[in-house]
Write a protein that binds this ligand. Structure first.
Ligand code: NAP
Length: 435
């Protein structure tokens, strides 16, 4: 006979930990009748016991000793919401080895050590769940690994970082430059004081690595995913994008071609009529294409105490419900073996938008077009922006190029930049390949 009350140890009581606690206490009745068990938070680990906290919990629950949770035989489920890799990884490993189920929101640990922890959980017959690690409150991992699992996916494209999406939206809609939009994001609490992890795409590659292993059953380490952030995107790029019918988004994308998988995190031009173009400010969305369902997009809040708490508590309840019938060890949500039919093949080919400044004189356009042609790169569209002719002599030339590898494009651009009439190659931005 399984217990009627499941005891939870919370590692962390910051944004997500306090949101999780609030949901568990506010919705205690609903939880009890939907799962058939009660969930009780027994201990909460924090770093600073004297800190004043916005959400209160009984003082007796708090501890600064991890062993009060990890070595406590009464605790069934450990919720890790500390952040960072260490000691979060070590605590999760110890909890699993002690036979405790683990729920985490930690994309850094799951992207790096998810396969190891998943196998460890299988070995110890406990659950490991991490819905909140990708796109916060948007239940994408659960959808991919349950309702949509019958599909073979050919594409997963996500806007999975709210900070960069907020900045790009403000630049597009409120005529801001990057620095002003970043400052605003920081003042609104959407960006951290050190925004590097978000604006340089590190956060998004962690999430894409987890999405790839869930959707395609293939392990691609975050550091192997080609990555580019948004710090070079200018107001001019955003205006030009609009003229061509695009908006610029930081996309985390994986595409499957037969037995190969290509992926990247990079700013990309998204057609204004694509559903991903409608995802604004701090919102996240993941667009997937499966061979049975065709296109599907999940959209919602990717961060914040309650949206992320909602995903953490969802995982907890999944375990609790399984616990009530004695199958909690079978709630592993993702593939544990690499898909042997699929091989990671780097970044692949993309279409590109190029903005370069060149002298306004005869012969320039022909020479540039010939150079692209020499590298097998097609010019799909071209605009000579004479309206913004600069310092009387130079004019912006804007190209949309056909599919090519980044390497081939760089070689072509290097040759073009050597022409004396070319002053500067101002922007190189991919054009998203989307259905
Ligand atoms: N914030 C979001 O919206 C969001 C969304 C999705 C996923 N996540 C993920 O959720 C996790 C938590 O994020 P968060 O924003 O809630 O972090 P946070 O607000 O900084 O809270 C971290 C909590 O962990 C405690 N803590 C940190 N290191 C500790 C240590 N070594 N020993 C004991 N306690 C420690 C802190 O204690 P004190 O309170 O005493 O400082 C604090 O309560 C991260 O993995 C993050 O990536 C967050």
């Amino acid at each position: 006979m399984k217990k009627k009350t499941i005891k939870v140890g919370l590692l962390g009581f910051g944004t997500v930990g306090s949101g999780t606690y609030r949901m568990l206490t506010t919705n205690a009745n609903t939880i009890s009748y939907t799962t058939g068990v009660s969930i009780e938070v027994s201990k909460i680990l924090v770093r600073d016991l004297s800190k004043k906290r916005e959400i209160s919990a009984p003082a007796a629950l708090f501890t600064d000793q991890p062993d009060d949770i990890l070595k406590n035989p009464d605790i069934d489920i450990v919720v890790e919401v500390l952040g960072g890799v260490h000691p979060a990884f070590d605590y999760m490993e110890e909890a699993i080895k002690a036979g405790k189920h683990v729920v985490t929101a930690n994309k850094a640990v799951i992207a790096k050590d998810g396969p190891y922890l998943t196998n460890l959980a299988l070995e110890h017959k406990v659950a490991l769940r991490y819905e909140a690690s990708v796109a916060g409150g948007v239940p994408i991992l659960n959808a991919l690994s349950t309702s949509l699992q019958a599909n073979e996916f050919t594409e997963i494209t996500g806007i999975v970082n709210g900070t960069t999406n907020y900045i790009l939206t403000q630049m597009a809609e409120n005529d801001m430059d990057y620095e002003t939009a970043l400052k605003q994001a920081q003042s609104m609490g959407f960006a951290e004081a050190d925004p590097t992890g978000d604006v340089e795409g590190f956060d998004a590659v962690n999430k894409l690595s987890i999405l790839i292993s869930t959707a395609f059953g293939l392990r691609v380490a975050p550091e192997d995913i080609p990555r580019e952030g948004i710090t070079n995107i200018t107001k001019e790029d955003i205006i030009c994008a609009k003229q061509f019918g695009f908006t610029i988004k930081l996309l985390a994308q994986a595409r499957r071609y037969r037995n190969t998988l290509e992926c990247h995190v990079q700013p990309a031009m998204v057609p204004l009529d694509h559903p991903l173009a409608t995802v604004k400010n701090e919102f996240n969305a993941v667009f997937a294409k499966g061979n049975a369902l065709d296109n599907v997009m999940l959209y919602g809040k990717g961060a914040g105490a309650m949206p992320t708490g909602s995903a953490v508590v969802g995982d907890l309840l999944e375990i609790a419900r399984a616990y009530a019938v004695g199958t909690a060890d079978k709630t592993i949500p993702t593939a544990v073996n690499d898909n042997v039919n699929l091989k990671f093949d780097g970044e692949g080919q993309n279409m590109y938008y190029i903005n370069l400044l060149a002298e306004d004189m005869t012969g320039v356009l022909g020479k540039i077009a010939t150079t692209f042609g020499d590298y097998g790169i097609a010019v799909k569209s071209f605009v000579q922006n004479t309206a913004s002719k600069q310092s009387g002599r130079y004019v912006p030339l804007i190209y949309i190029l056909g599919e090519t590898t980044r390497e081939r494009l760089n070689d072509a651009l290097e040759e073009i930049s050597k022409f004396t009439f070319v002053k500067e190659i101002k922007s190189v931005i991919s054009v998203a390949a989307l259905d």
